[in-house]
Ligand binder design. Structure first.
Ligand SMILES: [Cu+2]
Length: 168
């Protein structure tokens, strides 16, 4: 009797685990956060990932790739050399049977609810564009190639605001 409900819950609870996702996918607004872009599989079965290009959205004040043995990185910059790179591309080789994390240390914007990071994954045999963004009006819509998203947790109103009371 319980099987249908359990099956339904499993469906709802299963995240897009094997796509390209941000880990963690929540972070505090205004903080420095190391966010990994987790590549769960290649562009197709048996393929291999050679390149991962991560677009850095407006509002991110700095973005530094974590050095990764076996991988090189290149930064794309806009006109302002002091601004965060507009994109970071890692190049190396990741077989389909494995996953890997590509980490970026970022200074996140103070305002905003979520940051979208379009990713292009280039493989030996093809390419996957992880660039789809959910329509807020259709939250149940299933996207086949969703872009990684980081949800921002509002920063504390003030650092001086009422510290937790001490009871001795
Ligand atoms: Cu997937």
């Amino acid at each position: 009797m319980k099987t249908p409900l359990i099956a339904l819950l499993a469906l709802v609870a299963t995240p897009a685990a094997a796509h390209v996702v941000a880990a963690p996918d929540t972070a505090r607004a205004g903080a420095y956060a190391a966010i990994a872009f987790r590549v769960g599989h290649a562009c197709a079965t048996g393929d291999a990932t050679l390149k991962v290009r991560i677009e850095i959205p407006d509002g991110v004040a700095s973005a530094r790739p974590q050095v990764k043995p076996g991988w090189t990185y290149t930064l794309e910059r806009g006109p302002d050399p002091k601004a965060a790179p507009t994109a970071i591309t890692f190049e190396g080789r990741l077989p389909d049977e494995a996953f890997d994390d590509f980490a970026v240390l970022m200074k996140l914007p103070v305002a905003g609810e979520r940051l979208v990071f379009p990713v292009v994954q280039t493989c030996e045999k093809g390419e996957s564009q992880w660039t789809e963004v959910a329509d807020p009006a259709r939250p149940d819509e299933k996207l086949s190639r969703p872009a990684p998203v980081v949800t921002l947790i509002p920063a504390p109103i003030s650092a001086d605001a009422a510290p937790a009371a001490h009871h001795h």
